[in-house]
Design a protein around this ligand. Structure first.
Ligand code: 4GX
Length: 251
């Protein structure tokens, strides 16, 4: 997958993309990340990229010319035009289904805005999709772009190890994860649940599923409503309900 990131601050991306899984994905060629400095496409004397807004008001707006020129160069150099995403709090909120969908693209162009945002003509002509990473305001689109790239990379074939990708399948059902433990068995008086030490694979599977369901119910009940629950899940939840009923009855 090819990802071109258009930004005024390419240096912000060193670090997150130069370590761990993203580093490995880049070195192996599963992922190509190009950082494109929008300032390099400014044609005026002081290489400015922003200007005061027509109509007045506070702040500065990123002008259309360097952005158009940067996108045109990126598209000339790629074998496909790519889907252009503008990171903005006005966008569609990033969710795992959208992440999966974006991972199907062979080429993404991510535009990071600063100041009060971009000239509306960029949005009209170039932007295919506006995406937000959540309902809060940051100083620029760089951190949102890093979040998007990291989430999308996990679904690009070859980026995660075999174990991880198989794992992903089991969490794609919209439930929260069950608790994990590793050695030591007893840590400062805190014990690992007995069932996990039992070697009884079916009991372990059922315990984990119950924990996932309980955690989701307690922390994110709205996710449980959307989750694809199996007959076994419903059985586990009915059992939980019976146990709650017994507490209420004082039995
Ligand atoms: N999820 N920002 C965009 C510039 C801006 C200002 C106003 C449009 C209108 C953000 C987010 C985010 C900060 C990126 C402001 N663009 N991006 N930038 N939340 O807060 O994606």
């Amino acid at each position: 997958m090819l990802i071109n990131i258009l930004t005024l601050f390419p240096a912000m991306f060193s670090g997150p993309f130069d370590d761990s899984i993203i580093k490995r994905a880049r070195l192996s060629g599963h992922l190509t990340i190009n950082l494109v400095n929008i300032r390099d496409f400014s044609t005026n004397k002081h290489h400015t990229v922003d200007d005061t807004p027509y109509g007045g008001g506070a702040g500065m707006v990123m002008g259309p010319e360097p952005i158009f020129r940067a996108v045109e160069q990126v598209r000339r150099q790629a074998s496909s035009p790519g889907r252009l995403i503008y990171m903005s709090p006005a966008g569609r909120v990033l969710t795992q289904p959208l992440v999966r969908q974006l991972a199907q693209e062979e080429h993404l162009i991510i535009l990071c805005g600063h100041y009060e945002g971009i000239d509306e003509r960029v949005r009209e002509v170039l932007v295919d999709e506006e995406i937000s990473i959540g309902d809060y305001v940051l100083t620029g689109g760089e951190l949102p772009a890093m979040v998007l790239v990291d989430a999308v990379a996990r679904f690009v074939p070859g980026v995660l190890g075999k174990q991880d990708s198989a794992q992903e399948e089991s969490f794609s059902d919209g439930l929260l994860e069950y608790p994990h433990y590793t050695r030591p068995r007893s840590f400062r008086g805190l014990e690992v649940p007995e069932v996990l030490l039992s070697g009884h694979h079916e009991n372990i599977r059922l315990w984990r599923r119950r924990q996932s369901l309980l955690r989701t119910l307690a922390a994110r009940p709205e996710l449980l409503k959307e989750a694809s629950l199996t007959a076994e899940d419903k059985k586990i939840l009915r059992r939980v309900l019976e146990e709650i009923q017994q507490v209420l009855d004082g039995t």
